[in-house]
Each structure stands twice: as C-alpha cells, then as structure tokens.
Design a binder for this molecule. Structure first.
Ligand code: PMV
Length: 331
C-alpha cells in the first residue's frame, strides 16, 4: 500500500572517522567507524508517492534539490521501489535542523530520514540493519544515523554491501555526554566529502594507507573508552583520529585543507580546558567547525570558552540522542 509517510533522523558525529571507500558507488568503507548520535539536530522528511508525477521531485529547506543530490535520492528510492514492486514516483519535502554543508553531517540525517520515510511510504517493513544499508547507499555516514546512541558501522566484506551496516553499541544513558558544536563563520565548504574521498583515494597522500590501518585500531580503542566512560582515553583516540584524518588530507596532492584560523584556536582552547580539569575532547569532520564532547557538569564553562573564540558564529548544544523514527503527522 502506498501512503504518505514522515520520518525524523538525527545527525551523527564520527568519533573515529569514515574517510576512504572500497566502492564509490555503494559507499562501502575501507574501515569501520564509530559515531555518537545528536539528539535534536537532524532532518525531517516527508515522502508522498503520487501516480500523477512523471519524475521524483524534492524540496529541501524550501529549495528544489539540485540534480546531483536528486541522483543520490533516486538511488535510494529506486532500491525501495524495486523491493516494493512499484514504479510510482514521489514528491518529497525535507527540513534540516542542522546547518548544511559546514562539516556537520546533514547528509547523514537526510538519507537516514529518507530511507525510513520512503520504505514506509512504499509499504515495506524493514529491519534496522536493512534501513542502515539503504541509507548508506545515499551517503555513507547515513548508515550510522538509523540507530541511536553510540553507533558502530561495520566495514563489511561483501561486494554488494549487504554486511556494511551500522548498529548501536551503547545507548545514550550509558554515558550521557553533552555535545557542543562550535560553528565557524565560513562560506559553504568547497570540497564535499564525496569529492574529498575520491581525491584522497586516487591522489598521492603518502599517509592514506597508514590512516586506514590506524582506523582499525582506533575503533577498538574508542569502543573500550566508551565502555569504561574514560574521557582521557576517549580524548586520546577521538582527537588523534580526527587529526590523523586531516593530516592525510593535508598531505594529499592537491592538498585538502578544511580548517580556518578559528578551527586551530578551538583545538587549543579544548586542550587548555582539559589541562585545567574539564572533561572534554574535540573532533572535526570535513569542514571548519569543531565538535566538543564533554561531561554535563563542564558543559557551561566549556561552551562559554568556545563562544569567546574570535570567528565563532554560534555554539550549539545537544546531547546523545535516539535513532531515526517515523513521526505521526505527515503534514
Ligand atoms: O557520508 P559522507 O559522504 O558525508 O562522509 C562523511 C565523512 C566525514 O564526516 C568526514 C567522516 C564521518 O565518518 O562522518
């Protein structure tokens, strides 16, 4: 049965990163990665199958989605239609509560919300694992936005990607950290993660292989730090992993440099705060903004300190959240 359906999916921030693909069409990673799910920041998507439409159409934050974005959306929709035995096109509308294209993973929540809403709209009952695989085909990191809490994305080995999915390893209550996002005033990022990963894989970074090997070890160390709720151990692996990813990019030819001056100032601010006793650590995705994890009792002081760094547009604050879900009113 075809029906209008709506879903919200949270954004996620990788604690050990996905940067390198073994398959660029299916978004299959070379290494596993671990992430934390952000509570209120994410994407709400409505999918309305409509037999009168000749093509799928999608509005994102009240603007028609560009052809490149539409091609990725269609890949997910076509996989769902194939399973559902339907050829009906759909009208889609989505609203982001994440600042787009600033190194915050808005594509992760977007494709997770799409997978959940569209599979319901086309009458499929899919497991969390199947939804994760579907979301991944739109954007790799979206595999991690289906489950909530602390999430592990298995790299998998099969060529069709059926074993490359994400699942929760700890829920948010296990370690209810606060997550601060220090948004650096910047133009939209110039090199997307899709382009960046292609350049890095096909490029000449002498660090790339070592980086992938490091990820295999980091994912284990990170899971142990989360299990033990050990911020010092978490800081070592999470900061080390983010810096190693950026080092790989910077060593590429042509180099990829996402940081701005405030990015570096924020790194130093977090390290200083930790030296002074605050329980916190930072990470940085493919952008200039800095994400800080901290114990709730330190959130206020850390947030004030981040906001005082010149060039910071705003500091968003959230907590570890639950996974993607259908929402009642399809509006
Ligand atoms: O899913 P993509 O193609 O937007 O890639 C995400 C890449 C990073 O955000 C830099 C790392 C990660 O693991 O999320």
């Amino acid at each position: 049965m075809l029906q209008r359906a709506a879903a919200f999916a949270p954004s996620n921030i990788a604690l050990t990163k996905y940067w390198g693909k073994r398959d660029h069409t299916l978004n299959l990673p070379l290494a596993p990665s671990l992430s934390v799910t952000l509570a209120e920041l994410g994407t709400l998507t409505v999918v309305a199958p409509n037999p009168e439409l000749a093509e799928d159409v999608m509005m994102v934050d009240d603007q028609e989605l560009d052809p490149a974005g539409m091609a990725k959306v269609r890949r997910v929709l076509d996989a769902i239609r194939l399973r559902a035995g339907s050829q009906v096109k759909a009208g889609l509308r989505s609203v982001n509560t994440v600042p787009t294209a600033r190194g915050l993973a808005s594509s992760a929540s977007a494709f997770a919300a799409l997978a959940v809403a569209a599979s319901k709209a086309y009458g499929l009952e899919l497991s969390e694992r199947e939804l994760s695989v579907l979301a991944r085909s739109g954007s790799g990191s979206a595999a991690r936005s289906v489950a909530g809490g602390y999430v592990l994305w298995h790299a998998g080995e099969s060529a069709d990607g059926s074993d490359s999915y994400a699942e929760r390893v700890f829920d948010g209550e296990h370690w209810p950290l606060k997550i601060l996002v220090a948004v650096v005033a910047d133009q939209k990022k110039k090199v997307s993660s899709t382009q960046g990963m292609k350049m890095n894989a096909a490029g000449t970074s002498p660090l790339f292989r070592a980086w992938i090997d490091q990820c295999q070890r980091d994912v284990v160390a990170c899971q142990n730090a989360l299990r033990d709720k050990n911020m010092r151990a978490l800081a070592e692996v999470v900061e080390g992993n983010a810096l190693a990813m950026h080092a790989t990019m910077m060593a590429n030819r042509p180099p990829l440099l996402y940081w701005q001056a405030p990015t570096v100032a924020l790194i130093h601010a977090v390290r200083r705060l930790r030296d002074e006793g605050a329980e916190c650590c930072f990470t940085i995705d493919a952008g200039s903004s800095v994400v800080v994890l901290c114990e709730p009792q330190d959130a206020r002081a850390v947030s004030d300190e981040l906001a005082s760094v010149p060039g910071i547009e705003e500091v968003l604050q959230t907590r570890v959240g639950g996974g993607a879900r259908l929402v009642g009113d399809a509006g």
